[in-house]
Design a protein around this ligand. Structure first.
Ligand code: PMP
Length: 407
């Protein structure tokens, strides 16, 4: 492009996107070209406060210098080496995550996404010699066939049937249903500590503890999918820690790489030794660049006290939104910086579009729920700015006929 050629606008990018990309994402409403902290800029030069953070991914916001420096240095020192060799930062990352997990005899496996982490957990479960997985209705665990088979959303599975067999679903949050479903052939129960994709649904306070007791009594693994809730997102380092529950297996991704693709399976002693050499692997899993990004994320969370920060800003946001007393807002749920705003009408899509018009990125995981999952570095001032703007956004949404918002 020459200096005087105009840069493509969002509309131009949308046209090219819809001609060149498969239609599985539809055509997004924005083309984003720059970001800094919790603020992003679109191709038309408009700025937005990013309250979605790539859906709970951007732990440190956009263009964080610690991640940029760590990845650049790693790339300039040693690039990809495959899992035929040890790249020392991989060992360091595993040790750091195991220390956070805090269970002797644990081990890590690295992959590239949340889906892959859950796929690996599914395979670990099958190695117990038992056949069945118990999963929750409405849960989301990913899009590969195994992760999809455990995803409790029939509409997502339907086009791709038949699924891998051996998954039984129970209503989320119902300890009695779990009690009835877990038996001698149950290899594992897989649960999200909070349902992320289905609208930030928080289970009853003792649900995870019940799941832990039932699985322990009956010799089944408890797998917690912390892909969305892990890495300080909910105001504790892992969501299971605030629930006082230790799973046998935990899956991570999203915030772990702060924008770089990386997933992890952390397994305690009941499952850590199930994979024998050659049984499972992936070319890019635990590649040094993704690992360098993850190490920078963990170091920054620690150095900047982001776990406590998330808890505090999350409280400001939740209390501030509820405190508006707006007639459309029923309640705010979730924890830390994973919040769902439950609306009294099915106008979440319209609200997402109105928020975008007003310069805020949020999304609508359900017709009557807004999701906020901003970068963990969101400031109190930025949170206050959104709270101030929300009444006008909600008014515009409830009076608007705009049905075109994308999520
Ligand atoms: N598990 C949960 C709880 C998720 O929220 C997601 C992504 N939304 C996944 C798994 C899948 O992760 P990925 O998109 O990285 O494959």
């Amino acid at each position: 492009m020459t200096d005087d050629a105009p840069a493509p606008t969002t509309a131009a990018w949308q046209q090219r996107w819809s001609a060149a990309l498969m239609n599985n994402y539809g055509t997004p409403a924005l083309a984003l070209t720059r970001g800094s902290g919790a603020v992003v800029t679109d191709a038309d030069g408009r700025e937005y406060l990013d309250l979605l953070g790539g859906i709970a991914v951007n732990a440190l916001g956009h263009a964080h210098p610690a991640i940029a420096a760590a990845v650049t240095e790693q790339m300039a020192t040693l690039g990809h080496v495959s899992n035929l060799y040890i790249a020392p930062p991989v060992v360091e990352l595993a040790e750091k995550l195991l220390a956070r997990f805090g269970v002797d005899g644990s081990r890590a496996f690295f992959c590239n996404s949340g889906t892959e982490a859950n796929e690996a957990a599914f395979k670990l479960a099958r190695l117990t010699g038992r056949g069945e997985i118990v999963a929750a209705e409405k849960a989301f665990h990913g899009r590969t066939m195994g992760a999809l088979a455990m995803t409790g959303q029939p509409a997502k599975r339907a086009p791709f049937e038949p699924m891998p067999p051996g998954v039984r679903f129970v209503p989320y949050g119902d300890a009695d249903a779990l009690d009835a479903a877990v038996g001698e052939n149950t290899a594992a129960v897989i649960l999200e500590p909070i349902l992320g994709e289905s609208g930030v649904v928080v289970p009853p306070a003792d649900y995870l503890a019940h799941a832990r007791r039932i699985t322990a009594e009956r010799g089944a693994l408890l797998i917690l999918d912390e892909v969305q809730t892990g890495i300080a997102r909910t105001g504790s380092f892992f969501a299971h820690q605030s629930a006082g529950v230790v799973p046998d297996v935990m899956t991570l991704a999203k915030g772990l790489g702060g924008g770089f693709p990386i997933g992890a399976v952390i397994a305690g002693p009941a499952a850590a030794d199930l994979f024998a050499p050659g049984m499972h692997g992936t070319t890019f899993g635990g590649n040094p660049m993704s690992v360098a990004a993850a190490l920078a994320v963990l170091e920054t969370i620690e150095r900047d006290g982001l776990v406590d920060h998330v808890a505090a800003v999350g409280k400001t946001l939740a209390a501030g939104i509820e405190g508006l007393g707006h007639p459309l807002v029923d309640h705010v749920r979730g924890s830390g910086l994973l919040l769902g705003v439950a609306l009294r009408a099915e106008v979440a899509k319209e609200t997402e579009a109105a928020a975008r018009e007003a310069g805020f990125l949020i999304n609508a995981p359900a017709p009557d729920v807004l999701r906020l999952a901003p970068p963990l570095i969101l400031t109190e001032e930025q949170a206050a700015g959104f709270i101030d703007a929300l009444p006008a956004i909600l008014d515009a949404a409830s009076g608007s006929d705009d049905q075109n918002g994308q999520s």
